[in-house]
Design a protein around this ligand. Structure first.
Ligand code: HEM
Length: 135
């Protein structure tokens, strides 16, 4: 008798489904390219320093663990807490929406398992809401 049991999709991590390290770099690079060039994200672009490479690397490391890949950020910083790295910035609704605009656009541009895009976008929305520190 053949085994027709299907494995639940959850056996594959979102990190793997996004294309692993290379796929995640494509997403984060697209995100910061959009932030750097789309004037609708001007307010949050101005919060960042001129060089986006360092924050690009930090966000790549953080997302790697969050998506079920290597927890590089936690290994380096000892915590996944995003509150203190953002404490110096007043992040209200506009900033949160601009961040999501860049991420939504990046998710649309980068090739990935199509069933991952919508749940990932929703998860990013919750995350951006958690980083928001002003009403
Ligand atoms: C909601 C809107 C957000 C704004 C306006 C924002 C803004 C910023 C700014 C200005 C920095 C410092 C960059 C620099 O040093 O030049 C930063 C760092 C960072 N952000 Fe955000 N951020 C937002 C949401 C998020 C979210 C949702 C994540 C989760 C992936 C995230 C992850 C990080 C990480 C990992 C760093 C680097 C922290 C470190 O240096 O350890 N941010 N963010």
């Amino acid at each position: 008798m053949s085994d027709t049991t299907e494995r639940p999709a959850t056996t594959t991590s979102p990190y793997q489904r996004i294309g692993g390290e290379a796929g995640l770099h494509r997403l984060v690079d697209a995100f910061y390219r959009i932030m750097d060039t789309d004037l609708r994200a001007a307010e949050i672009r101005a919060m960042h320093g001129p060089d986006l490479n360092r924050v690009n690397q930090g966000v790549f490391e953080w997302l790697s663990g969050w998506l079920g890949g290597p927890p590089i950020y936690i290994a380096r910083k000892g915590t996944p807490c995003l509150t203190s790295p953002h404490r110096a910035y007043a992040i209200g609704e506009t900033a949160r929406d601009q961040w999501m605009l860049c991420m939504r656009q990046a998710l649309a541009e980068v090739e990935m398992d199509p069933t991952l895009r919508a749940p990932l976008e929703q998860a990013f929305e919750r995350l951006a809401g958690m980083v928001q520190n002003r009403r």
